[in-house]
Design a protein around this ligand. Structure first.
Ligand SMILES: Cc1cc2nc3c(=O)[nH]c(=O)nc-3n(C[C@H](O)[C@H](O)[C@H](O)COP(=O)(O)OP(=O)(O)OC[C@H]3O[C@@H](n4cnc5c(N)ncnc54)[C@H](O)[C@@H]3O)c2cc1C
Length: 407
């Protein structure tokens, strides 16, 4: 019977070290920054200081192999590390496993030439550079990258790019972008229309128009205008027409990495719900004694438990080079919605306090809303899941392969 839910001792050891580091070093600093209303500069200085501590304790680049200054953890061990780091807002930055850099590091590791790796992956891995991934455009549906309008046209050995992007996370201050542009608009299949390019930043022709105001404030999700941007022929990442493939490849582990951090957030919200329910008295008993509140606890517990199992199973599939798309889509949809519901229930149990800005819950809720949009909107994942269900059932007369291929 090969199913074994015990954590290997080395993974448990890393998980506990990350938890301790976050509890003793990161959370107190984050609480200090929040209570002081610190500005961006102070956040950055604090993160830089904490990064040195993390490096000193060997908690740096958990997702990268040792030759890239990493801890060499596979996706399953990473699930635990990211969930621990995700219990704080700045934790992932402190260990250099923050979006979008983490996904970009995976992408470069897999797709870049040795020269490109030295030029782009090395500084990211050393924490000397930041990056962004530029795909979505305001004019066309981001859910369907075959519609991308940003065009790269050959100019001798080089390329000239014109277009418009938005919601490009981390664009302000990034040292380079991975840019997805259409190079072959008549390609068949349409998925072969796009290619990926490395763009050194800042660059003439790459204008950061604005840091978009979102319901969670300005989070460095930028609008970019691209005008006659010159990109060298050696800056293509992967092959011509492989931009879509690269995006898909990137999104597997990147989606899961988001899920792992969201599980950490959901855990914090659920602990706050429990804490409040056990301390608040109304109508003759504590809130925790009321059936209506207990159902919130139970539903949250079951959803969180299912979320963890789904993420671990998807990570296991990636780690063992098994088909993982269905499992990642199911995990991404489930975790994003679980986070949303648990934060909402925690707010409900806190009453007016939950609606105030005196607890982190309102901030968590504003951030949680984007989880149902980024890395594929809910409906796109539901569509993928259903498509796999139909294909599997038609071929095998069973849904087993499309429901985790477990029992
Ligand atoms: C905080 C944040 C950070 C982001 N960071 C980045 C980044 O770094 N780089 C980047 O390139 N992009 C980024 N994005 C963009 C994100 O990837 C897109 O928002 C996402 O792909 C959806 O594209 P869209 O916004 O154009 O929505 P659309 O594609 O226009 O979809 C709108 C809605 O239509 C519905 N819909 C779409 N397709 C279907 C379907 N097949 N069936 C049923 N309903 C459907 C869904 O409800 C969907 O929410 C970010 C977005 C946010 C909110």
């Amino acid at each position: 019977m090969p199913v074994d839910f015990t954590l290997p001792p080395d993974v448990e050891e890393v998980r506990l070290r990350v938890r301790k580091f976050m509890d003793t070093n990161v959370r107190p600093e984050e609480e200090r920054l929040e209570s002081n209303g610190a500005d961006r500069g102070e956040y950055v200085r604090t993160i830089v200081g904490l990064r040195e501590k993390a490096k000193g304790e060997g908690l740096w680049n958990p997702h990268l192999p040792p030759e890239w200054d990493g801890m060499g953890l596979g996706p399953t061990a990473m699930a635990f590390v990211s969930a621990e780091a995700g219990r704080t807002g700045i934790g992932p930055f402190v260990i250099n496993a923050q979006a979008p850099d983490e996904g970009n590091m995976h992408t470069l590791l897999h797709w870049a030439t040795p020269e490109q790796k030295e030029q782009y992956l090395r500084p990211l891995a050393e924490g000397r550079a930041r990056s962004c991934f530029a795909m979505t455009e305001p004019e066309v549906a981001g859910s369907d990258p075959t519609l991308i309008q940003t065009k790269a046209v050959k100019d001798g050995d080089d390329w000239v790019v014109n277009g418009h992007k938005w919601f490009i996370s981390g664009a302000k201050g990034a040292n380079f972008a991975i840019l997805i542009a259409c190079t072959d608009e008549d390609a068949d299949p349409p998925q072969a229309r796009n290619s990926a390019f490395m763009v050194d930043l800042p660059a003439e022709g790459w204008e950061v128009v604005r840091d978009i105001d979102t319901m969670a404030g300005r989070g460095n999700h930028c609008e970019i205008r691209i005008t006659d941007l010159h990109v060298g022929g050696d800056k293509m990442l992967g092959g011509r027409g492989e931009g879509h493939l690269l995006g898909q490849y990137r999104l597997g582990p990147a989606r899961l990495a988001h899920c792992m951090r969201w599980i950490g957030n959901a855990e914090v919200a659920l602990e706050m719900l429990m804490n409040r329910a056990l301390k608040r008295f109304a109508h003759g008993s504590m809130l925790a004694d009321k059936q209506g509140i207990q159902w919130m606890m139970s539903e949250s517990a079951m959803e969180l438990y299912a979320a963890k199992l789904m993420v671990l199973h998807a990570a296991y599939k990636i780690e063992n080079k098994l088909p993982f798309r269905q499992e990642v889509s199911m995990a991404k949809y489930h975790v994003a919605n679980t986070l949303w519901r648990i934060v909402d229930r925690a707010i409900q149990v806190h009453g007016a306090l939950g609606y105030s800005t005196d607890t982190p819950l309102e901030r968590m809720m504003r951030h949680a809303r984007s989880a149902r949009l980024v890395d594929g909107a809910d409906e796109v994942h539901l569509q993928t899941i259903a498509r796999n269900m139909i294909a599997t059932y038609k071929e095998h007369g069973s849904t087993k392969l499309a429901t985790g291929d477990l029992l």
